[in-house]
Design a protein around this ligand. Structure first.
Ligand code: C2R
Length: 185
């Protein structure tokens, strides 16, 4: 086969299929800025993910199709971000047995409390884990997903330990800055 031919490129290890372990789904593209926090953490830990927009309210059939396909796609965890009357994480949880982590997105009207209450009070039998409201929630949702995946992945556990060391170093650095500003030393 000629070097660089189409079939050659297809077989290249560089094109090897990425394992997408986490499905990130959001109710609207307007949630993207918040959900980029999730993306950032998963990238930092080298976790393969997929991202999609579907709405239980606006596109129920599409949302159903998404939820029914998650296991076949190989996802291990779903992170679902939604604002307002947030049905999406619960809807996902009702159609799959994968763990679902919800991220209540902050909206202008009720500041995210509406979405938090929608997600946090699921009926018994269909759990949704809620990491927190807004960007911090989106970040912690990803870290919780990493911790779940690390249960069977010692390299990931090591990365989490290093991450915690960096967090502690940052606190020490901030303490230094505060002491310098307040006490001058
Ligand atoms: P638009 O900005 O598109 O009007 O969406 C979205 O997550 C978003 O935060 C406003 C908000 O509506 C939310 N939304 C849901 C669902 N679908 C859209 N909570 C759902 O199915 O739960």
């Amino acid at each position: 086969m000629a070097k660089g031919s189409k079939r050659d490129r297809k077989a290249s290890p560089l094109r090897a299929k990425v394992t997408r372990r986490v499905g990130i789904v959001m109710g609207s593209s307007s949630d993207m800025e918040t959900m980029m926090e999730t993306v950032g953490v998963l990238k930092e830990f080298g976790i393969g993910f997929d991202v999609d927009v579907v709405s239980a309210h606006r596109s129920p059939l599409l949302a159903q199709r998404y939820a029914r396909a998650v296991q076949k796609k190989g996802y291990e965890i779903i992170i679902a971000g939604a604002g307002g009357a947030a049905a999406l994480p619960g809807f996902m949880a009702s159609l799959t047995t994968l763990p679902v982590i919800g991220v209540p997105v902050v909206d202008n009207a009720l500041g995210g409390e509406d979405a938090l209450h929608s997600m946090v009070q699921m009926p018994g039998g269909v759990p949704v884990a809620v990491a927190g409201v807004g960007k911090v929630g989106a970040k912690n949702a990803a870290l919780l997903a990493v911790e779940i995946l690390a249960l069977r992945d010692s390299a990931l556990t090591e990365k989490l330990c290093q991450y915690r060391v960096r967090l502690a170093e940052e606190v020490k650095q901030r303490a230094k800055e505060v002491r310098k500003r307040v006490l001058g030393r």
